[in-house]
Write a protein of this length. Structure first.
Length: 250
């Protein structure tokens, strides 16, 4: 599907993304939660905007194969379905009420199964019971590190200790070459067949200590310079979703 055939949109050539593009995109993202009733609703607007408007300037096609929005959430605050999913992932390991789970709030992509968080097969609510567990999940481990956080800070967040981090941390998770990368799983099932070239994640920290991240799996290669521009978009997204920190799910 050619993104340029759609109307009422502003397109950005992701390969040649500029500060001007960042400013325009950020302005939209900053106010995209207006009228929404939850963080989930706002997150869905965010991933749809990025998926529909970031393009490959040469072909006019969408630059993203898949865009997802995650937020850490305590196990006890998940609904029964997500709690069951997390327990299944942990198998026979014990579950604590305050265990953090990296929870999928919004998703959109070229495969129909990717267009609802409820149909995700492996990422609905990823339990993070310990630092050892996180170290065994390369993509999440690297995401946390590149966002400028420690694993311990994410799984046992203390809002009092996070004040400085919460104000300053808007970094990017950037994998320039997805093919063969140890940080991007499912190479045969996902990366190669869908032509994933680069991966870009950007996010930050809420006052509560929970983190959020938007992750884009791209069909075009991007440079570090382009990736750096998304640090500012992380702040714009935080402004949009922060009012819903206590009203997460629709």
């Amino acid at each position: 599907m050619n993104a340029q055939n759609e109307k009422s949109a502003t397109y950005y050539d992701l390969v040649n993304f500029t500060i001007h593009d960042m400013t325009k995109c950020g302005k939209v993202l900053r106010t995209i939660g207006k009228g929404a009733k939850s963080m989930e609703e706002t997150a869905n607007r965010i991933v749809h905007h990025l998926y529909d408007n970031l393009i490959d300037g040469q072909s006019g096609n969408r630059a993203c194969s898949l865009v997802r929005f995650f937020k850490t959430h305590t196990y006890e605050k998940l609904d029964p379905e997500l709690q069951s999913f997390s327990r299944d992932m942990l198998k026979n390991n014990p579950v604590s009420p305050d265990m953090k789970c990296l929870t999928l709030l919004a998703t959109i992509g070229e495969n129909p199964e990717w267009n609802s968080r409820k149909t995700s097969k492996g990422h609905k609510a990823i339990p993070l019971p310990s630092e050892q567990t996180v170290h065994q999940i390369p993509m999440i481990r690297n995401l946390i590190a590149q966002l400028g956080l420690s694993i311990g800070m994410v799984i046992k967040s203390d809002p009092k200790l996070l004040l400085d981090t919460e104000q300053k941390t808007y970094n990017v998770f950037y994998v320039p070459d997805a093919i063969g990368s140890p940080y991007i799983p499912a190479q045969r099932e996902f990366v190669i067949p869908y032509g994933i070239k680069s991966v870009l994640g950007f996010g930050g920290v809420f006052p509560s200590g929970d983190i959020f991240a938007t992750i884009m799996f791209l069909k075009v290669p991007i440079t570090e310079g382009v990736a750096d521009l998304f640090k500012t978009l992380a702040l714009n997204i935080k402004i949009a979703v922060l009012p819903f920190e206590n009203t997460v799910f629709t």
